[in-house]
Design a protein. Sequence first.
Length: 479
Amino acid sequence: MGADVIVVGGGIGGLGVAALLARKGRKVVVVEPYKLVGGRCSSFEKDGFRIPTYVHAFPRAEHGYHTALARKIGEPIAWVRQQDCIMNLNGLDVEFSLSSLLTTIRGMHKAGVPWFELLGIGGRVAKDLLLQRKEFEQRLEEDDVRSWLLRYTDNETIHALVACFATAALVVPYWEGSMAEFFPIMKEMLRTKGGGYPVEGCGGIADAYENGLRKAGGEVRQAKVKRVMIEDNCVTGVELEDGETIEAPVVISNAGVKSTVLELVGEEHFSTEYLNRVRGLEYSMSSLAVQIALDKKITDLKFFTYIPSLDTLGYFKTLEKGEIPDELTLWLTSPTNLIPSLAPEGKQLVCCMTPVPYWPDTDWKPWVEAFLKTIERFLPGLREHTLWKRTVTPENIRLWSGKEGTCIGLGQRVGQSGKDRPSMRSPVEGLYFVGVDAGTGAVGVELAAKSALECSEEVESAVGAAKVASSAKALPQSR
Ligand SMILES: Cc1cc2nc3c(=O)[nH]c(=O)nc-3n(C[C@H](O)[C@H](O)[C@H](O)COP(=O)(O)OP(=O)(O)OC[C@H]3O[C@@H](n4cnc5c(N)ncnc54)[C@H](O)[C@@H]3O)c2cc1C
């Protein structure tokens, strides 16, 4: 059996690039071990609820790269907008809105940040951006989020808020998160005025890509790739776990840069320098997630954030020591408050998550109990109205999605972000990477979709010239 392109993995990145290339007339085969496609962004049905496999918020909704990709393959995704967020900051309820700057300024003011402080920071950032653009951009490339913010303010409340947004977007502590990644994310969120939720649930994105792929003659094979076959530094295809081989001059891996290089291809095909670089790449943090099916609607909250302490550094140090904080940071969404059809009539789905590091051999039960206690504080009546709940621990994420239970994939940390992000081109001719690990400047699902858009163009130009090997040789050296 042969194909023009084999895609290893049917996550958002893999399905996206597959659908785009199939629409261009390429014969594309996606190999994905699970029946449920979409990788870390998928949904399944249970008792009439449409449950996200994990927990998702979509910061730019219809303006995002995921939706641009869907439009390109003729499978539009419908969204319900959600621009406002209630946040409880250290005991105080404040409202933020991406559609109303005034609401946000009022919220910050209520949280204890004086107007003049906010105006002063805004003015200094604008001045640097306008008058010292080169230096400003240089600092974005080099700074972590905390160091960058300290250039403008040491206000504890502003730091707690920015740390929360940065951790939500990048899932790394804000002193590790790259400003080169966080700045474009925030800029785009403000420009497009907020997020939303797919009408068909999280899985609606992957479903749209799979439909596009199949309609264009592409195929999804339910199997696991055991190895990527290489001859004379050129890709020749893949071998599946049952020993079957599929030949193709192009293999695009959505299985992650580290897993692909170190496990699927094999170290002998790369230089020591490249291997050392790959071995040193670090993942984002993991998370604890709880999804709760309720027999009635008990909250109007659509998107809610709880920051239990303004001492962000202290909070993360507690986590890093493996100790359970008294209360955990909480990001809560109720998809059914936006789209009631995602649950049986009158019932409600609430999804919560909190970032935690991944440690093997951890007993997560006390963590889940502590997290439920935090959740209950904001959802009175939770226990008596719970039909069932589904808990996802970092160990579950590792088992289902691999990569040390990471939320995002390779962390958007200083040193592996922006121009330092691994290239989508590998040093092996015909081997490409797609998905979050090879994407830059967006959040999770969008990052994967953005990478698919870019990868399809890169591969198309090589395949389109019908000289994959020779055009790959002419490409600049991969990082
Ligand atoms: C708990 C949690 C919460 C999150 N919250 C958000 C959020 O709110 N907003 C957001 O934008 N993002 C969020 N994310 C992140 C986002 O879901 C991911 O970053 C994104 O979906 C990754 O897409 P991907 O295509 O790069 O990779 P993946 O989704 O990891 O897909 C990789 C695919 O490759 C397959 N694969 C692996 N090995 C092989 C092999 N050997 N052979 C064949 N196939 C293979 C896997 O089965 C998988 O389907 C969250 C993630 C988690 C875990």
